[in-house]
Each structure stands twice: as C-alpha cells, then as structure tokens.
Design a protein around this ligand. Structure first.
Ligand code: 1DF
Ligand code: MN
Length: 350
C-alpha cells in the first residue's frame, strides 16, 4: 500500500481513531477570535495563534491537512497504510464559542462531516461535534448525528471554558451517548486560565505535557463524580494512552479509599467500584501520539488488551515511520488485529 514501505497487514485493517479535521469556516472563526483577543483563554490564543499565524512550513502543513477531507487525506492514509480514519473536529472544537454559537455550528459542521464520510464511507468514520455548554442541545445533536447522519460518537475537547464534565449539568450528553450505545471521545485541549500559568510560562501548556495534565485530571474528575455508577454502560475513549492515568491507578485507588472513609470532601464520595475498575470497564485508551512499545504494553497489562486501540493523531503527529512501531508490537497476530481493528469496530460500531 504505502510509499514508505508500510504495506497492508495480512488480514488486518489499521483503523486510526483520533484523527482531526477543521472546516475552513472554523479556521476563519479561530483567526477572528485571536485577532479580536476576546476569548480570555491564554492557552487557546497561544496554541491556535501559533498554528494559524506562525506561517512556518510545519504549521502550514498541519493547517492545510486539517482542512482536507478528500484526496490529500486519503493519500496520507495510503502512505501510512491506514485503512480508516475516525475523524473529529480539532481541539478546542466549538468549546471556545458561546453556547448558542457553538450549538449552531455543531449542526452545520456535523452535516458537512457526514457528507464527506458518506462520499468515502469505505475510508472515513465521523464523530459528532457538540456544544457541551448547551447540554440539552448537545444531547439532541448527538442523537441526530448518530440516528440521521451516521456519525458514531461525540468528541469533547476536555474543559469547556474552565468547566468539567463531572458537573451534572453536562450529563444529558452522557445519558444520550449511553442510550445510543456510542462513545464520547475525551480529547485534550490547553488548560483553562485557572490552571495554565505555570504551564504556559514554561512552554509546557500544549501537547508536550499540559494537554495530559488537564485531560488526565478531567478523566479523574469524571470517574470520581460517580458518572459511571449513574451510566454504567457509558463508554469514554481517551487518547495518549490514557493521559498518564493508567500509571497512577494504584495510588488513586489507595487515596480514594482513605479519603472517602474519613469524609474529608463532599465531592469525593463512595463509589460502587474502585476508580481503577471504571478504567477497565468504561474507558478505552488509544495510542494517539504514543507510538512507544513499553507504554502501549504497560497500558495493555494494566487495563486489559481489549481496552487499548490504535490512533495516529493525524495531522498533528503524521509520522509514517511510527506505524512500524505498532506493526511490530510483541503480540500475536490476533492481538494485533484486536489493537488495530476489532476493538475500534466494536467501540465505534463500524
Ligand atoms: C497539537 C496536538 C494540537 C494535538 C492539537 O490541537 C491537538 C499540537 C490544537 O501538536 O500542538 O489536538 N493532538 O491531539 O495531539
Ligand atoms: Mn489529537
């Protein structure tokens, strides 16, 4: 298949599950927000300002690729032997806009994505953009996107203007996802103003580390809130091999048990299961941006081989040679098929 010597695998399709796009209209709106300086979100202004105004070969190549839902994307997939991309709106999605604007844009961008997915149904699957800060509209839009447009889940780019999905006001989205049987992909974005200072001043706010700090914490907040006791069949997908949380589970379980037993925090309440149990029951992690054998094997050993799926993180981490790392994981062919293909087909209902 590929021009880089990355061929088809015998009987296995590589499905990449955290692949980004941006409608040109979204790029224009982001530029306008940054020029107007109205978001009050230093992380957004720094990172999107970099991508949209740096004007370097690196950033221009990424921004061009983000906007393509046709031949260029397909050629890049061919070059890396990716059979199918699961495509979602790039971070921070609609979450920088006011709730009404965001809810309106979700509808038109989902219509556009569904059209591209329909044109290339053999190569593309889409996730719905939603406005988490318009909770009932978000639930309704997810239902429309799944039942009428054929999209296969929702993307949420971590915090929404400093608020987290552990707040019950956001739960109509979880309720809809559970009842539709589709996952919510919790994707990173830069930390909100209330947590960004030490990360931004050190240049660590973005994908290098700040994304994981912010999104890993968000994942823990969701688990601690009892959302998975309320919605036991809810599926959450988290990138970057779980934003470091698999590494922390022993300590999280230990201190959760201790703190809950003393009633120290009202918000940290008893749960039916250990925090780590929800990671194994309700959460899937993808290998986006982490083509690194020891950590993929670690995540598999802690969460279970059936919880770890492949992602590339196109176009932000479009590195064809990284596919060779996952091709050569020290696992059997049936396990490699599970990693690249079958788990994704199950989770996203492809
Ligand atoms: C970057 C990476 C930016 C990812 C992203 O959204 C993003 C980056 C603005 O490289 O700065 O979603 N990523 O998922 O790896
Ligand atoms: Mn990503």
């Amino acid at each position: 298949m590929g021009s880089d010597g990355i061929g088809a695998l015998d009987g296995i399709k590589r499905i990449a599950t955290e692949e980004a796009y941006a409608p040109p209209d979204l790029i224009a709106r982001y530029k306008q927000l940054i020029r107007d300086g109205v978001t009050g979100d230093a992380g957004f202004e720094s990172l999107m300002g970099y991508f949209l105004f740096n004007n370097s070969e690196r950033t221009n190549a990424i921004v061009d690729r983000l906007q393509d839902l046709g031949q260029r994307r397909l050629a890049d997939m061919d070059a890396t032997g990716v059979a199918r991309q699961i495509i979602s709106l790039t971070a921070p999605g609609l979450q920088v806009f006011d709730a009404d604007t965001a809810a309106g844009l979700a509808i038109s961008y989902n219509d556009q994505l569904a059209e591209a997915v329909g044109t290339h149904a053999d190569r593309f699957t889409g996730l719905a953009a939603v406005a988490p800060h318009a909770p009932s509209a978000a639930a309704k839009e997810l239902e429309r996107a799944v039942n009428h447009l054929g999209l296969r889940g929702a993307i949420v780019n971590s915090h929404t203007q400093g608020e987290y999905l552990d707040d019950e006001k956001f739960w109509p989205l979880f309720e809809a996802a559970e009842s539709l049987g589709v996952p919510v992909y919790l994707h990173p974005q830069t930390p909100p103003p209330s947590m960004i200072k030490p990360l931004l001043e050190s240049g660590l706010d973005g994908a290098i580390y700040g994304f994981a700090v912010e999104t890993g914490m968000h994942l823990l907040r969701i688990i601690m809130s009892g959302v998975f006791d309320r919605f036991p069949k809810l599926k959450l997908v988290v990138g970057h091999l779980g934003e470091a949380i698999p590494y922390w589970l022993f300590r999280v379980d230990f201190f959760h048990r201790g703190i809950v037993s003393t009633g120290r925090y009202e918000r940290l309440k008893p749960l039916k299961l250990k925090p780590s149990d929800y990671m194994k029951r309700n959460v899937y992690v993808t290998s986006s941006g982490m083509a690194w054998e020891p950590v993929i094997m670690y995540a598999r050993s802690v969460l279970g081989a059936d919880r770890v799926l492949y992602a590339m993180d196109y176009p932000y981490q479009y590195q064809p040679e990284e596919v060779l790392v996952t091709d050569h994981l020290p696992i059997s062919q049936p396990e490699l098929k599970q990693f690249y293909q079958s788990t994704a087909q199950q989770v996203f209902g492809i």
